[in-house]
Write a protein that binds this ligand. Structure first.
Ligand code: URA
Length: 259
């Protein structure tokens, strides 16, 4: 098991900075196995020692979670027979046996893809009855029509006859060929087929959030970052689609505008 400094461990697993942790240790607000910590630099073993801050236990996971900003041209698979896989994009230092993409993005799709060795978490995210909400930004062939909003909200019927769960859709302000879509399920090519059913065509599709976890703007296509415990918890936090669109329309449109 991994040994680390107490302040480093807490700052990696929570929002507290190392300097805030030093102050809290000084005030006697941090404990290791029930004993008040005196030294922020003391060595602890993550997963073995129980660390509490203000009497709250700091969670720790043995699993690895990697967020990839998927570029086009890679399949969401672990099997090299399928072609170039997203696993090739995970840097050596983050690779672990048993890792797989938790969910799928089409070969030509872009954006947020979680790669992990935690099967239980993947199941919680993608449970058959209801996935965590996922937001996509799409570039359309034809201008967005306001009728899509009600059609998506009432549950689109795909050309195959399959009925989709209610979904949210909203055009990006000042850009009538860009729109955000929020889904809580993951049928095959779902977003593309939903727009096809209303007579439009998705030219580019990028997933920009998984639950409450937003794809960081600084993560370029093809880049990965390791998620910490606090980020993983964000997957299951409450989300507000209207607020999301208002906050991120400028930054995510910029990703698609030249695609
Ligand atoms: N919907 C699609 O059509 N494609 C994806 O990659 C993801 C959602």
């Amino acid at each position: 098991m991994k040994q680390s400094r107490l302040d480093k461990f807490i700052s990696e697993q929570t929002e507290y900075t190392r300097s805030q942790i030093k102050v809290m240790v000084k005030k006697g607000e941090v404990a290791v196995d029930g004993v008040t910590a005196k030294d922020p630099g003391m060595k602890i073993t993550a997963g073995k020692n129980i660390v509490t801050v203000l009497s709250k236990t700091i969670g720790f996971s043995e699993h690895t979670y990697v967020l990839l900003n998927k570029p086009a041209g890679y399949v969401s698979s672990t099997d090299e027979k399928d072609g170039r896989t997203v696993m090739e994009l995970v840097p050596e230092n983050l690779r672990k046996k048993g890792m797989f993409p938790a969910g799928r993005l089409d070969k030509d799709s872009l954006g947020a893809l979680l790669i992990t060795d935690d099967g239980e978490l993947a199941h919680r995210m993608l449970s058959p009855s209801r996935h965590i909400p996922k937001v996509y930004i799409v570039k359309l062939d034809r201008p967005f029509e306001s009728k899509y909003i009600n059609i998506f909200e009432s549950g689109v019927e795909l050309s195959s006859g399959e009925k989709c769960l209610p979904a949210r859709v909203k055009p990006v302000e000042n850009c009538d060929k860009l729109a955000f879509v929020e889904l809580c399920e993951g049928k095959y090519h779902q977003v593309k087929r939903m727009f096809a059913s209303v007579g439009n065509h998705v030219e580019v599709l990028m997933r920009v959030s998984l639950g409450g976890l937003v794809l960081p703007e600084k993560l370029a296509f093809g880049e990965c970052m390791e998620l910490l415990h606090k980020d993983v918890e964000n997957l299951f936090s409450e989300t507000d689609f209207d607020d999301f669109c208002a906050r991120f329309s400028v930054s995510f449109s910029a990703f698609l505008i030249n695609k």
